[in-house]
Design a protein around this ligand. Structure first.
Ligand SMILES: NC(=O)c1ccc[n+]([C@@H]2O[C@H](COP(=O)([O-])OP(=O)(O)OC[C@H]3O[C@@H](n4cnc5c(N)ncnc54)[C@H](O)[C@@H]3O)[C@@H](O)[C@H]2O)c1
Length: 368
């Protein structure tokens, strides 16, 4: 087992202010992984493990750095006492994922003594977390049978719905989607739960998905939902709200000018394809609820697992996404900036203020 550790603040290794980057290699199982801790200012870094066939180690490191930084912002605005971290395992999970590899990975996470707490992400599942937990105390997203919170998409969808209610309040003066036309692009784990909330709230729902089985599941539960050919057609359909719930990069130079909706609020990570799209949305008068704010229900759910999971407690915390989203819109208005910029400002403020307090109040042994 070989790990190389860079402390970026002290040694000047690559990484945009990250506290720690750990390169993990286990020859026996073939594990190659990167654990990136962006910040422990608010507490131990929390973020998932992505298992993906990166083209190179450099690409994997870059992804871990970007994702871990994003988790610092997400956790800060979710009101969690957690900093941001993320890990990536290099390789195709369908080909190389074994018990030995996951357990070797668990030993690396354990070696950080709780500075980094892991969870599921693309390519890793609840069952994998149960295996990692056999070597490691710092794992969330485990199965309910193992004391875990299980599938995080339940509260992710609930949080997105809260963000959408806040968007409706800001745009139309009432916290409801009743009578609105909402287009959900991607009805997988999160999207299909979101459709349920929207239907119960009285919205007219339009959906699209590449996967026929995903569409069939939604149609079986809600026959009144309208199916649209693809995401491109959904964007151009007559909508009040567009909810990207598939992959990142949904909002770009082609889709933003074509949007009919005046609110965008969805679960997908990294919806803005490049910097500047947030301004294009604002210039068109489209209210954008920042992705990492409204999709934080999942991390709120798994964070709750650390002290013994309570679904009700986690759901109460996820309800606060409504207030946080409204706060961001208000800050955006008062500062004259798009909501995405206001969200970053609010997150940085919390990290800086609470982080400073923790530095003063906590001895070294209790930090991160
Ligand atoms: N699951 C969570 O708790 C969670 C938490 C935070 C953020 N997210 C983000 O939310 C998004 C959805 O996550 P999920 O867990 O539901 O994933 P998922 O894989 O279960 O669902 C995604 C769905 O989108 C569909 N899809 C993919 N490309 C599409 C396209 N071009 N057009 C239409 N449909 C397409 C897929 O067929 C699939 O049904 C992802 O971006 C994810 O990163 C998820």
């Amino acid at each position: 087992m070989l790990s190389r550790i860079f402390g970026t603040e002290s040694e000047g290794a690559p990484g945009d202010g990250h506290e720690q980057i750990v390169l993990c290699h286990d020859r026996h199982s073939g594990l190659k992984a990167v654990i990136a801790i962006h910040s422990t200012a608010l507490g131990p870094a929390l973020g998932g493990t992505r298992f993906y066939p990166y083209a190179s180690e450099e690409e994997a490191v870059q992804d871990a750095l970007n994702l871990s930084r994003g988790m610092s912002y997400k956790n800060a605005l979710a009101g969690l006492d957690h900093g941001g971290g993320k890990a990536v395992i290099i390789g195709d999970p369908n080909e190389i994922k074994t018990e030995a590899l996951l357990r070797a990975y668990g030993r690396f996470v354990q070696s950080l003594h709780g500075r980094y707490i892991t969870a599921c992400d693309v390519g890793t599942y609840v069952a994998d977390m149960d295996v990692i937990a056999r070597e490691c105390d710092w794992v969330t997203g485990r199965s309910p049978e193992q004391g875990g919170a299980g599938d995080s998409s339940v509260l992710t969808a609930y949080g997105v719905f809260q963000g959408m209610r806040a968007s409706a309040q800001h745009r139309w003066g009432a916290p409801t989607l009743r009578g609105r036309r909402v287009g959900v692009a991607g009805v997988g784990k999160v999207g299909h739960h979101l459709v349920q909330h929207l239907v119960e709230d009285g919205a007219t729902v339009l959906i699209t998905d590449l996967n026929e089985a995903s569409i069939a599941r939604v149609r079986a539960a809600h026959p009144q939902v309208e199916v649209v050919a693809d995401a491109d057609a959904l964007i151009r359909a007559d909508l009040d709200v567009y909810a990207p719930c598939a992959l990142g990069g949904a909002l770009d130079d082609t889709t933003v000018p074509a949007l009919t909706a005046s609110v965008v609020c969805g679960a997908a990570n990294n919806q803005l394809a490049h910097p500047g799209v947030e301004k294009d949305l604002a210039d068109r008068g489209i209210l954008y609820a920042p992705d990492y704010v409204v999709n934080a229900g999942g991390v709120i759910q798994v964070a709750d697992e650390i002290n013994g999971f309570s679904f009700e407690r986690a759901r109460t915390k996820a309800s606060k996404i409504f207030d946080t989203t409204l706060e961001i819109f208000a800050l955006a208005t008062s500062d004259g900036v798009p909501p995405a910029v206001a969200a970053d400002r609010l997150a940085e403020r919390r990290m800086s203020e609470v982080g400073r307090l923790r530095t003063i109040l906590l001895p070294d042994s209790h930090r991160g």
